[in-house]
Design a protein around this ligand. Structure first.
Ligand code: PXG
Length: 439
């Protein structure tokens, strides 16, 4: 494969990347198959991140490739405003069938960020339609990531994402993070400490009054910030308090959806059903951009009151339910079912968790956390250069050890495709152990 020219490298401003450094020695992947990426010279790199937490079925799976190819040749585009096409309805029905409770309806978007916008808009509109138009505030949580739209960064809790953008543009307040190293360090699975932190919702209700709060949004397991599994009982308590005050509960399952935690959704794993559930990434195994919001029947029904000629919801995207993405979703969901990949994730959870916890005691390892096929390691930062140790290790692992994973500051995150074998798990953590020993 021909090398990229300097001009080409310069032209693309990569998101969430230090571009100047990247362009000195770009990390380019040109092909992918199963558990692996391949660079332009054909060097094979083990994907321990499922791309960006999305390629849950593994890469370039033939059934998904074929579905996209056929869709591209059959129906390149169809509007979803006032018209429809079969695959979008099929995909919606398959997704709804995986969801618990009365989460029966799907509003399609193209990304996780758009899904956050959509869920919050639906929540605010629902209250207004019921005559509670003062409920506009959203409650998020420290360290949360809900994408990069203004609603997402307002509800989100990552300072670097917020501080540049007048982040309180959308009225929001925040629960405390559930993470406390002193109480939880090196927990394998759910921390037993921290359920009481859900009671902070009561405090925020006392501060703002329930009549001003539309919804509380949380990642059932905080992903981007570095895999923070919820304390035992936390989500149940949040559900109870939200219900008590007429506040809608939104689960952001962009990362936890489609098998990452060993169930279709975290809602199922934890036995807690939200009113709205956002998804993206794994719905197509990353093979086409698609996201969406699963909507509870009572919310959907609220808007289905006619008259016949009047639009029920003034929201949507040109590419909502795009034919290529919908075809990819249908093929992906069939693959998850046929190969039992959600169950596979559950079965491998113990092995994966034990493997990463075996790195306890390695140089600079300050904490290790895991649930399902998601895990993270916090490294002690270098004095005065927070993030550098993690960043350098990511590069060493990619260039010298042929393993790709994600870093967030000095936190390393692992979320392999659900087709991962034990030998891959041994390889990723074996090589990481060597790299840590060499620090
Ligand atoms: N919600 C959650 C919980 C996410 O993790 C989004 C919303 C936004 O999705 P889009 O499709 O708009 O990017 C996300 C995205 C990482 C990483 O390395 C995580 C995400 C995206 C890119 C990198 O942790 N999550």
């Amino acid at each position: 494969m021909s090398a990229l020219s300097t001009n080409q490298i310069e032209a693309f401003w990569l998101p969430f990347t230090p571009n100047t450094e990247f362009k000195r020695r770009p990390r380019i992947v040109a092909r992918a198959e199963g558990m692996y990426y391949f660079d332009q010279d054909g060097r094979r790199v083990l994907d321990a991140a499922a791309g960006l937490w999305c390629a849950n079925a593994g890469h370039c799976r033939p059934a998904i490739v074929k579905a996209i190819q056929e869709a591209a040749a059959t129906l390149d585009f169809a509007p979803s405003f006032q018209f429809g096409h079969p695959k979008a309805f099929e995909a919606a029905a398959k997704i709804a069938a995986l969801a618990p409770g009365d989460l029966n309806h799907v509003f399609f978007t193209n990304s996780g960020s758009e899904s956050t916008d959509t869920a919050v808009k639906l929540a605010v509109a629902y209250h207004r339609a019921r005559g509670e138009g003062t409920r506009t505030r959203i409650i998020g949580r420290e360290r949360a990531y809900h994408g990069v739209g203004m609603v997402g960064i307002s509800a989100g809790g990552l300072v670097n994402n917020k501080k540049w953008f007048n982040a309180l543009a959308f009225p929001a307040d925040h629960l405390t993070t559930t993470y406390n190293r002193k109480e939880q360090a090196f927990t394998n699975g759910l921390p037993t400490w921290g359920a009481h932190l859900a009671d902070e919702l009561e405090k925020l209700v006392a501060l703002h009054d329930a009549s001003t709060i539309a919804a509380v949004i949380v990642e059932p397991m905080a992903g981007s910030t570095g895999v923070l599994p919820p304390p035992e009982g936390y989500l149940k308590r949040l559900r109870e308090i939200a219900t008590k005050h007429g506040i809608l509960l939104i689960f952001d399952e962009v990362i936890t959806g489609f098998g990452r935690l060993g169930a279709a959704f975290a809602a199922e794993r934890f036995g807690v059903t939200p009113d709205l559930l956002t998804f993206a990434k794994g719905v197509t195994s990353g093979a086409a951009p698609m996201g969406g919001v699963l909507v509870d029947k009572k919310i959907y029904d609220q808007f289905m009151t006619g008259p016949d000629h009047a639009i029920d919801m003034f929201h949507g995207y040109t590419y909502s339910g795009h034919p290529l993405a919908a075809a990819a979703a249908c093929a992906t969901l069939d693959l998850y079912r046929d190969e039992g990949l959600f169950e596979r994730a559950k079965e491998l959870e113990g092995y994966f968790g034990d493997a990463i916890h075996s790195l306890k005691g390695k140089p600079y390892v300050a904490d290790i956390r895991n649930i399902g096929l998601a895990a993270a390691i916090d490294l002690d930062p270098i004095d005065g250069a927070a993030g550098k140790r993690g960043f350098d290790l990511m590069k060493t692992m990619f260039f010298d050890k042929d393993v790709m994973f994600r870093v967030a500051g000095d936190t390393l995150a692992f979320s392999p495709p659900l087709i991962v074998e034990k030998t891959h798990i041994d390889e990723m953590f074996g090589k990481l152990g060597e790299a840590l020993d060499a620090l």
